[in-house]
Design a binder for this molecule. Structure first.
Ligand SMILES: Cc1cc2nc3c(=O)[nH]c(=O)nc-3n(C[C@H](O)[C@H](O)[C@H](O)COP(=O)(O)OP(=O)(O)OC[C@H]3O[C@@H](n4cnc5c(N)ncnc54)[C@H](O)[C@@H]3O)c2cc1C
Length: 405
C-alpha cells in the first residue's frame, strides 16, 4: 500500500537538518555565495555529523541505514537552504555511493564505500567532457589495459566537487573498435583516486550559479588505475553511468521541490509585507496566481519524488518515474524562481533578498542529469514504445535488503 505520511524517523531528520541549517547555513550563505566560497569544513563536517553523507547506505558499510525516502527528505531540506548543499547529496550520496552499493565488489565497498558513507572521503561522478554531455557516446577518455592496470587519458568537464572529492567514478572507452562505432558496450566504469599520479583538477571560474558550491574539471594524463578498481565488469560502464543517474536524478527532483518551496515561502512573506495601491501585493489577483502556481508545482513535484522513493524502497525499477519527477520538478523550480523574483520587484533583482540566488541556482538542474529536452524525448519515447527499460545485472537493493554482488 502506498503511504505518503512521513514517519517519525523522516520527521526527525527533517527537523535536524532545519536546526543545523538555521545555525550553519542561513547566517553564512549570502556571503559564501557572493565570494564563490565552498565552506568545506562547516558544510561537509556538519553533513557528515548528521549522517547525511551515507544516509541510505546500510550500517554494515558505515552508513546511516535510512530508507530512500529519507534521501529525498534530506535533498528537499538541503536545497531549501541552498542548491550547493543538495548537489553534494546528488553526486556523493546519490550518483556515487548508491552505485558503489549496487555494483561494487566487497573489496571496493570496504576501500571506498565505507569511508565515503562515514564522510571521511568525498566522491564525485565523471561522465561529461568538453565535447560530450547529452551525447555520452561522444566521450573521448580512453582506458588502455596494461598488465593488471588500466592507463586512463582524458578530460572531464563540468564536474561537481571536482576540486573537493577524493574519489571519482569515471567512464572511459576500453574497447577502441567499439569507440569508433559509437557502441557503448565498449565503455567501462572506474574508481579513480585524486592521489593517483597524473590526476589534476581545477575549479571553473566563470560559473554564474550555485556559487557556494564547487564545480570544475579534471584531467587524467596516463593515470594508472588498478584492475581491482573496475566497477562492474569491462563493457558495463555505460549501463553503470545510466544506473547512477537513476539515483542522482532522484535527489535532483527532491531538491528542486525544496527550491520551489523556498520560492513559495519567500514570496508569501514578501507579498504580505509589500504594499502597492494601498493594499498588500498579495491582494492582487495576478500575484495570487503566481503564488498559487508555486503551491501547485510544489505539491505535484513532491508527490512525484515520493513515488520514486517508494519504488526504490520496494526494489522496483524507477527510471521512467524518476526521470519524470526530475524533469517536472526542475522545470517547475525555474518557473517558481522567476516568479519569486517578479513578486519581489526590484528588490528581487538584488542580493538583499534570497530569491535572486534561487533564480541563478535553479537553472543548473534543468541542464544536468539529463537536460529538459532529453527528459521530454525520454518520456515521449516510453509512450510511443521506442524505449523500454531492461533489467540491469545489479539493481539498487530494496530498503532493508542486503545488496548482492
Ligand atoms: C552546475 C553543473 C554541474 C554539473 N555536474 C556534473 C557532474 O558532476 N558530472 C558530470 O558528468 N556532468 C556534470 N554536469 C554536466 C551536465 O551533465 C551536462 O552539462 C549535461 O549533460 C548537458 O550536456 P551539455 O552541457 O554538453 O549540453 P549539450 O548536450 O551540448 O546540449 C545542448 C542543447 O542541445 C539540446 N540537445 C542535445 N541533444 C538533444 C536531443 N537529442 N534532442 C533534443 N535536444 C537536444 C540540449 O537539451 C541542450 O539544450 C554538470 C553541469 C552543470 C551545469
Amino acid at each position: 500500500m502506498i503511504d505518503f505520511t512521513l514517519n517519525d524517523e523522516h520527521r526527525l531528520l527533517e527537523q535536524s537538518i532545519r536546526e543545523w541549517g538555521a545555525q550553519n547555513v542561513v547566517p553564512f550563505i549570502r556571503e559564501n555565495d557572493r565570494k564563490h566560497h565552498f565552506d568545506r569544513e562547516r558544510i561537509l563536517g556538519g553533513m557528515a555529523k548528521l549522517g547525511l553523507l551515507g544516509i541510505s547506505v546500510p550500517q554494515e558499510y558505515g552508513g546511516a541505514g535510512m530508507d530512500y525516502i529519507s534521501l529525498g527528505v534530506a535533498s528537499e531540506e538541503l536545497e531549501y537552504l541552498d542548491t550547493s548543499l543538495r548537489v553534494i547529496m546528488s553526486v556523493h550520496a546519490g550518483l556515487n555511493c548508491l552505485t558503489l552499493l549496487a555494483w561494487g565488489t566487497d573489496d571496493q565497498k570496504k576501500r571506498y564505500l565505507m569511508p565515503q558513507a562515514r564522510g571521511t572521503k568525498i566522491s564525485g561522478y565523471g561522465l561529461t567532457e568538453p565535447g560530450a554531455g547529452s551525447d555520452a557516446r561522444a566521450i573521448q577518455t580512453t582506458a588502455i589495459k596494461k598488465g593488471d592496470r588500466y592507463v586512463l587519458n582524458g578530460e572531464k568537464s563540468w564536474i561537481s566537487l571536482a576540486d573537493v572529492a577524493d574519489h571519482f567514478m569515471v567512464i572511459a572507452w576500453t574497447d577502441l573498435e567499439k569507440k569508433k562505432q559509437g557502441d557503448p558496450s565498449g565503455m567501462t566504469a572506474f574508481i579513480v583516486e585524486r592521489t593517483f599520479k597524473g590526476f589534476s583538477s581545477a575549479p571553473m571560474k566563470e560559473k554564474w550559479g550555485i556559487l557556494a558550491g564547487n564545480t570544475g574539471f579534471f584531467k587524467m594524463d596516463d593515470v594508472e588505475v588498478p584492475e581491482a578498481n573496475v566497477l562492474g565488469t569491462p563493457g558495463e560502464g555505460f549501463k553503470i553511468a545510466m544506473f547512477a543517474l537513476d539515483q542522482g536524478r532522484y535527489t535532483v527532483a527532491a531538491g528542486a521541490t525544496g527550491l520551489i518551496r523556498a520560492c513559495r515561502d519567500a514570496s508569501v512573506k514578501y507579498a504580505k509585507e509589500r504594499k502597492t495601491f494601498g493594499v498588500e501585493i498579495g491582494q492582487h489577483q495576478l500575484v495570487k496566481e503566481m503564488i498559487a502556481q508555486m503551491e501547485s508545482d510544489y505539491q505535484s513535484a513532491r508527490l512525484l519524488w515520493l513515488r520514486s522513493g517508494w519504488l526504490k524502497n520496494n526494489g522496483m525499477r524507477n527510471t521512467r518515474e524518476t526521470g519524470l519527477a526530475k524533469w517536472f520538478a526542475t522545470v517547475a523550480s525555474e518557473r517558481a524562481a522567476g516568479d519569486a523574483v517578479q513578486i519581489h520587484g526590484a528588490n528581487g533583482y538584488s542580493d538583499e533578498y534570497p530569491v535572486g540566488r534561487f533564480y541563478r541556482n535553479c537553472k543548473g538542474a534543468v541542464i544536468y542529469e539529463g537536460t529538459r529536452e532529453i527528459h521530454k524525448v525520454m518520456q515521449a519515447d516510453y509512450l510511443l514504445g521506442y524505449r523500454t527499460d531492461r533489467p540491469t545485472r545489479c539493481e539498487l537493493p530494496a530498503y532493508g535488503v542486503k545488496s548482492e554482488v
